[in-house]
Design a protein around this ligand. Structure first.
Ligand code: SF4
Length: 335
């Protein structure tokens, strides 16, 4: 949409056309444009998504996550600010603020799950945020247990924090198969039946006879959590207490994160007690919204937390689609 607008613009240059088009848009955009003379980076005025600026020798580099700078030995300098446009060319770097200012709405899901823990997002360490979420979770949702076990990899850092705060031993009681990614396409029907098992395998000799605190970053539909709880129980766990390092996910994202529709979000349909029963855990506890925000160090006024409180920072029109709706075929109805 934006590229189309830039192509149709009567502005004198691409540099002027980009803000002209962006002023008419509402939503989450962190973008780079490459023209024959300029590299142009722009972030929407609310700053939903991250965009970082780095230095590589005499050159400037831009990335959505700072871990990309580490790969090429570049140094993180600062974030591209919400509403800022940076133009880099042979004259160096120039910064503009061409968009009308808005309240900031930085997505905190980046800190809970989306970003890599070796990145700085909005200038704050993701690893530090997740560790603090785990510590806070141990205070808010304690459990009498023998082991803290992460659901790898997303629950690992929070589990280390939970263990540090509670004094309960941290062990890798579930092992993740790193050779199977999200894009894995099961080649045969017989292999599909492995399901979650092909990605995660419990370490029976650690788990057997133990009361286990399982730490994960979120429960979306509940079906995966149920399979993991069952798998840990079949490996001999005496009790399973599931702890989640963010609040219940009750609303879908309209800003580019691929969460399912509200109808498929288990926390939008069931109470915490009902979810606990559904996933067959002995207890279930979530981190509070306040605890999660505090752990990131980002002010509540500058954050988007709509998937946990349904307060969307922008208008959501009746025909707005989530990424899930755009990318998944509707389930056919009978008749
Ligand atoms: S709705 Fe949730 S995932 Fe989407 S931008 Fe807001 S906090 Fe992030």
């Amino acid at each position: 949409v934006i590229l189309h607008g830039v192509a149709r613009s009567r502005a004198a240059s691409v540099r002027e056309a980009i803000p002209e088009v962006m002023r008419k848009q509402e939503g989450a955009f962190s973008m780079l444009f490459l023209t024959p003379s300029d590299l142009i980076a722009i972030r929407d005025a609310r700053g939903f998504r991250p965009l970082a600026l780095g230095r590589l020798g005499d050159a400037w580099v831009v990335a959505s996550e700072t871990c990309a700078f580490d790969l090429i030995d570049a140094q993180y300098v600062r974030d591209v600010e919400p509403g800022e446009m940076i133009v880099i060319n042979e004259d160096g770097l120039r910064s503009f603020n061409p968009l009308p200012p808005q309240e900031h709405s930085m997505c905190l899901f980046e800190h809970v799950y989306f970003a890599r823990p070796d990145s700085l997002i909005y200038g704050h360490s993701v690893n530090e945020s997740r560790h603090k979420m785990g510590k806070r979770l141990a205070i808010e949702q304690p459990a009498d247990a023998d082991l803290v076990v992460p659901v790898p990899d997303s629950g690992t850092v929070a589990a280390i924090g939970y263990s540090a705060q509670s004094g309960i031993s941290f062990r890798f009681g579930l092992v993740r198969n790193h050779y199977v990614g999200r894009t894995f396409i099961e080649p045969r029907q017989s292999i599909r039946s492995f399901g979650v098992r092909i990605k995660l395998n419990p370490v029976r000799h650690l788990i057997e006879g133990k009361r286990v605190v399982l730490i994960d970053d979120s429960i979306v539909r509940g079906t995966t959590s149920k399979k993991i709880v069952r798998m840990v129980r079949e490996a001999g766990a005496k009790e399973i207490h599931l702890r989640i390092s963010c609040p219940p996910t009750i609303s879908p994202c309209y800003y580019g994160i691929d969460t399912p529709n509200k109808a498929d979000l288990i926390a939008a349909q069931m109470s915490v007690e009902e979810i606990c029963k559904f996933i067959e855990a002995d207890s279930l506890g979530y981190l509070s919204l306040e605890g999660m925000i505090e752990a990131t160090g980002i002010s509540a006024d500058s954050s988007c937390v709509a998937c946990w409180n349904e307060k969307y920072p922008t208008r959501i029109t009746s025909n707005a689609e989530t990424m899930w709706e755009r990318e998944h075929e509707p389930v056919p109805t009978e008749g």
